[in-house]
Every structure is written in structure tokens, then in C-alpha cells.
Design a protein around this ligand. Structure first.
Ligand code: KG4
Ligand code: ZN
Length: 340
């Protein structure tokens, strides 16, 4: 089954073609980062308008790149939520209209399910069950995953998401948007032992996180020592955030008896997190699976993949008939999904 995937929940337009028999055929991405950079964050209205400009050229690009035409597509998957309402509507409107015109099914995908299943787009995917550490710009969650759509929330952040903490700390240090990659590059040149920052909720005995206190501690430190020490501050922040993420993830594996851990979302691209997690997990006999680096941040491939899992099983149901009614879900809890 050939599935077209469309991602438009935030500031990246992603389109991909996934074949349930042959794997990922093509994917294309347009990032709006340069456009939003001038404002220090995503401007929702500008994001929606740019998705409109990009989504059809990207679709033509993936079709041409994989030598396929519209008539070869068997189903369309699009991000239904969570995300920016206007941005989501662009992808949903395009996907639903195209599916209707082609008389094929369309399916709305949960953005975080896309992230969480992205390590499965691989020749050696992890088997179920596994624990998933979801670390994106908007979410930080630990989930027990026993199948597609079978998600049990183990813990989550009580305030800022991990990516948000990287972004806000980067802003305090005078780095651009999004701050994660810039902060991580600066941290690599700093001494993480020079300043000591708190490890919030490290020993709370549960799988929840809190990052807003860490951000405040950075603010206090910057006020005290100034930006001349930015590299050492960045390294201290990264080391504190990563230590909490690593310890809680491994504790969640021990608690649930899982021997596989999947890391997904933008912060999963962080080199220090990957290095520490792989090292500490190996010492406990846990295998860690990451998405391809380009699939850590938002992309169409993860939506095409997750949609394909759902379309393949849902095709047997009468409710998969194409129609023109659709809605988006700017807020949507991952743990409420049904099994595929
Ligand atoms: O998953 P994603 O693309 O978007 C959401 O669904 O939120 O994640 C974006 C987040 C941003 O906060 C960005 O700063 C962070 O991921 N990020 C990183 C790195 N690359 C992206 N954070 C730390 N280190 C990185 N290398
Ligand atoms: Zn995302």
C-alpha cells in the first residue's frame, strides 16, 4: 500500500511516500526556521501561509523523486494534531481534498505517534513492547508502547518541555531560534563541571519531569556571571537536562521490565543525550533505538509511516470511506488513541 504523508503542525512542511511493502520511497521537507527566526519564535499566521505555498510543490517533488504519479497512491495520512490550528488545517484540507478527488482513504495522524514510531522506519526496527522517551519542543513524556496505538503514559513534564527548556535557555544565552542545536554546539566547547545546576525531580520516585526551575537557575547564573561564560553555562545546562532524561528513562525501563528504549522528537538529535543514554543503557542490558537524525525533528516520513500502519488495518472498516468532512485537534492526548 502506497501512502502519502503530510506534516504541517508547526514550522516545517514535510511530505513523504511510504510503501508498506517496500519502505520509505521519498521524503521532502521545507523548514520555515529562517522566516520565524526574526521574531524569536514561530508566528502562527505566517506558518499557515507558508505551508500553503510549500505543500503542493513538495508533493510533486516526492512523486517525481520516486517515479510515481498521483494515481499510484492508495491512501493519504496527514497530521491531525496536536499543533497550530491554522497550520494543521492546511495539511488536513489538502490531504482530505486530494483523497476525495482520488477516491482513496485519508487518515488523520497524531503528531506524537508519528514521532514515537519514527525509529521504526528502519531495516532493524525495535520489537514491541518498548519504552519511548518523547522529547520535542512541546512535549516531554515517557510512554510504555505495546503496539501501534497501545500507549500507556508513565510520566511527563509538569511544566516546560525539554525542547522548550533548550530553546528558552538558548534565548537567555543570546542564541537564535530554535535554540536546541545552537545550545548543543556551544555546550560542546564549554566545561560542564565549572557551574553546578539543579537536577529537578531527579529523585522524585516517579517518571515526571520539571524543567522550568532549571531555566530559572540559568537566568540567575547569567545575571551573576554574565554572558562571557556562556559556553560553560550551556554545558552545565545540557548536562543537567540530559542527566534527568537519562536516569528517568532507564528507571521507566526497569519499572516496566522493558529491555528496549526508543527516543523520539527534536531533542533526540542531541549528541550528548545520545552518547550518555547509549552508554548507561548498555550497562543495564537495554537497547536504545533512535530515529535517523533527519527524522528526529518534524518530517513527513513519520506521518506517512504512522498513517500506513493505521490505513492497512483500518481499510477493512467501512468508516474508511473518503469524504470531505474533517476537523483538526490542536490539543490531543496521545494516550487516548485506539489501537490500529
Ligand atoms: O520534534 P520537534 O521538531 O518539534 C516539536 O514537535 O515540538 O522538536 C523541536 C525541538 C526544539 O525545541 C529544538 O530546540 C529541539 O527540538 N532540538 C534540540 C536539538 N535539535 C532540535 N534540542 C537539543 N539538541 C539538539 N541537537
Ligand atoms: Zn514534532
Amino acid at each position: 500500500m502506497l501512502v502519502l504523508g503530510v506534516e504541517s503542525s508547526c514550522d516545517e512542511t514535510g511530505v513523504a511516500l511510504y510503501d508498506s511493502a517496500h519502505g520509505l520511497l521519498a521524503h521532502a521537507l521545507y523548514s520555515q526556521i529562517a522566516m520565524h527566526n526574526a521574531y524569536g519564535g514561530v508566528v502562527p499566521e505566517l506558518a499557515s501561509r507558508d505551508h500553503i505555498r510549500r505543500v503542493l510543490p513538495l508533493t510533486r517533488e516526492v512523486l517525481a523523486g520516486s517515479d510515481r504519479t498521483l494515481s499510484d497512491i492508495d491512501g493519504i495520512a496527514y497530521t491531525e494534531g496536536p499543533g497550530l490550528a491554522g497550520a494543521l488545517l492546511v495539511g488536513a484540507g489538502m490531504a482530505r481534498a486530494l483523497a476525495y478527488a482520488l477516491a482513496i482513504p485519508a487518515v488523520g495522524v497524531h503528531h506524537l505517534e508519528g514521532h514515537m514510531l519514527s525509529p521504526l522506519i528502519s531495516d532493524t526496527p525495535p520489537q514491541f513492547p518498548f519504552v519511548a522517551l518523547l522529547v520535542s519542543g512541546g512535549h516531554t513524556q515517557l510512554m510504555l508502547v505495546s503496539g501501534v496505538g497501545c500507549y500507556t503514559l508513565l510520566g511527563e513534564t509538569l511544566d516546560d518541555a525539554a525542547g522548550e527548556a533548550f530553546d528558552k535557555t538558548a534565548q537567555l544565552l543570546g542564541l537564535g531560534y530554535p535554540g536546541g542545536p545552537a545550545l548543543s554546539a556551544l555546550a560542546a566547547t564549554g566545561d560542564s563541571g565549572r557551574f553546578s545546576l539543579p537536577r529537578p525531580m531527579l529523585n522524585s520516585g516517579d517518571f515526571d519531569f520539571s524543567f522550568s526551575g532549571l531555566k530559572t537557575a540559568v537566568l540567575t547564573l547569567v545575571r551573576k556571571v554574565g554572558l562571557g561564560e556562556a559556553a560553560d553555562i550551556a554545558a552545565a545546562f545540557q548536562s543537567a537536562a540530559v542527566e534527568v532524561l537519562v536516569k528517568k528513562s532507564l528507571a521507566a525501563c526497569a519499572h516496566s521490565g522493558a529491555t528496549r528504549l526508543v527516543v523520539a522528537g527534536g531533542v533526540g538529535a542531541n549528541a550528548h543525550l545520545r552518547e550518555r543514554l547509549t552508554r548507561d543503557a548498555a550497562a543495564r542490558g537495554i537497547d536504545v533505538f533512535y530515529p535517523r537524525l533527519e527524522f528526529c525533528t518534524d518530517n513527513g516520513a513519520m506521518i506517512a509511516y504512522a498513517g500506513a500502519q493505521r490505513l492497512v488495518s483500518r481499510l477493512k472498516l467501512p468508516s474508511a470511506q473518503p469524504d470531505l468532512t474533517f476537523a483538526v485537534k490542536p490539543r490531543w492526548e496521545l494516550a487516548t488513541l485506539d489501537a490500529a
